[in-house]
Design a protein around this ligand. Sequence first.
Ligand SMILES: Cc1cc2nc3c(=O)[nH]c(=O)nc-3n(C[C@H](O)[C@H](O)[C@H](O)COP(=O)(O)OP(=O)(O)OC[C@H]3O[C@@H](n4cnc5c(N)ncnc54)[C@H](O)[C@@H]3O)c2cc1C
Length: 310
Amino acid sequence: MRVAVVGAGIAGLVAARDLAAGGHDVLVIEKSRGLGGRMAARRVEGMVLDHGLPVLEVPSGGVLAGLVRDLAADGLVHLDGDAVAWPAGMTVLPKAMAGAVEVLPGTRVSALRVSGQGIEIAQDQGNTIRMVDAVVITAPAPQAVELLATLPDAVAQADALRAVEYDPAVMVLAGLSIDEPGWLAARPDSGPIAYVINEAVKGRAPTGGVIPVVIRLRPDDSARLFDATDDTVLGEVMPALAGVMGPSAPTVWTQVKRWRYATARTRIDQDVVNPAGSRVIIAGDAVAAGPSVEDVARTGQWAARRLLSG
Ligand SMILES: Cc1cc2nc3c(=O)[nH]c(=O)nc-3n(C[C@H](O)[C@H](O)[C@H](O)COP(=O)(O)OP(=O)(O)OC[C@H]3O[C@@H](n4cnc5c(N)ncnc54)[C@H](O)[C@@H]3O)c2cc1C
């Protein structure tokens, strides 16, 4: 079977690997240049910062555990009990997973059209990317709805997905000239900051005495400041950061990053949104059984099993 997977996040890559292992002809299409979706890392001033998912929890015996063990065997992560240190950023996981499948990055799928030969996957300019027999869509629900709206038979799936709500996240990435604080996360009780993550404790040595931190604003503050300028965001965040790190923590650099759909606040049942026999399968956090990335990975596994079982 020819399958297109829309999205190279964790759900899409798990689905693609399982489908390829089952002998199917799989293409993963990803609108961004990088892989991993919301498991995202950025290099700033020689330092790597995870500016999406802050910490990956890896329950033993789950889908992620085997993948992380493989990375550890290749020396790409360090395991210390249940803790995982990611010296090169968490995106080593999606990069390694993508090695087993064909991926087309930098390409946004804009329409799906059903014809006698199958499902046509079309990109922004209207060109056909590929004809396939089935599609797995792993985009966040509002983006999946946009795609489903291009398919006349997917009205019920689109309507079901419209119920899924997301919290946005405004993130501030900063380099601070301080001594390594030793903790992983600080969660202030009040103010706009939900948490500060000290990236240096993830196996990433500070560069030139500068500690990289990632700050997430609370959902309400993220919504309020989502369209504000970077200067306005920093004007609110930096005084609050001084309250967490101490006033004598000089800032060497800052960046602001926004996620419109960061974390699903509600989810729907993957069985409900994917009627038996459908060749357009929804996976990803919108249909996960719970909020963890392990739950998200399982939706990719579920999608692959559904297609592999005919
Ligand atoms: C700031 C932040 C903090 C988070 N904190 C936590 C946490 O503490 N705990 C937790 O469990 N989870 C957390 N999450 C959520 C977690 O990262 C996600 O649940 C998980 O990564 C989702 O994986 P996914 O594969 O479902 O979707 P994604 O990773 O979003 O992958 C979907 C991919 O589809 C691509 N795409 C979308 N539309 C198209 C299109 N039309 N054509 C081609 N490609 C397309 C996107 O670019 C994306 O790469 C956080 C996320 C963020 C951003």
